[in-house]
Design a protein. Sequence first.
Length: 352
Amino acid sequence: MEPNRYYVKNGDTLPSIAEELGLSISEIKKYHNESSRPHEWIKEDNSLPVWSTFIIIPDSVEVLKRKKEDFLSSERAALIQKETDTDDYLILQKIDMQVSGGSMIDSETEMMWEFRKFRKDGIFYGEIQQKSHQVKYIKSIYRQFAEYMQKFNKPLEHLVIELSHEGGVESLANQDEIMERWNRLKNELQPEMGNTLEEKNIIEGGDRDFSDTLPLIKNNILYTLFLNDLFYEYVELGTFVEQEKQQYTSQVFANEQVMLLSKRKVEKEGDILKIKFYSEADPGKNGHLRSIYNTKLKDFLQENFDYALTWSLEYHFDIRKGKMLLCHSKIKEQASRKYTHLTEHTIQLSKN
């Protein structure tokens, strides 16, 4: 397929072309030089080769101009997936489970992820390198167990993830590397482990999860939040729009699926795009949870089933760079007034 071209007119400069197409100078220069031969490259001083009649651009002139109009418009916005430099993201995760007025699990974990997005053969990839993982707070009776289980996160410390066109997780590009790290970890842990049923289950679970890690990644809410399907052209700004029904994996009903009703609102403030979601459990689609509650929990909690789930989620993106600046997610789920689970994530681009 012939690459997209911008044919240079008399008086054109790299800055004027960038302005016309709504691209940055560095973006045009990088894309053209990667797609052409050395004697056709744009020079260090941004001057165009005198013998070239065109430069190679990432999309057609018509599409790029329309996307520029979308960027300037107050009625629509295009969030375009782009390559990004390596950035650090600070992640704060809070979990609180209350049973009969007492906190059973109350923890706060802080992580630092190094992330870059690159394109190869027309496909986008996200590379995640975990720089730190610290349990900042947890009840003392759980700390030793939490720190032990944290070791089993090591195989996921480096991930290369193929992304869909919209930005979500498509596949894992370094599955073999993950399995190799898991095998090394097993050998390291062998002197510490006994022969209990619980330890055997941990090892068998690791063998299963790290030999085919994609389901584990897709079912982990943190990866779903960090790599979400958000790269679209949004045409209805400033108002809530109903979304297709989606599923959520319950935290109070042992991984049962919960059907959600969701709506989305998109707002644009200069270079910043704010994408907000609000979801709640569909009252007509989750009757199976009542049966589970009545069978397993009602006698213990001594109150009737009263299920509810609310989820508020907000993203901030730099439109020009196609880069996430902030994500805040808060999910409150309850089986009844005496049994609730709160999960909260804040993901923020580090300024360091």
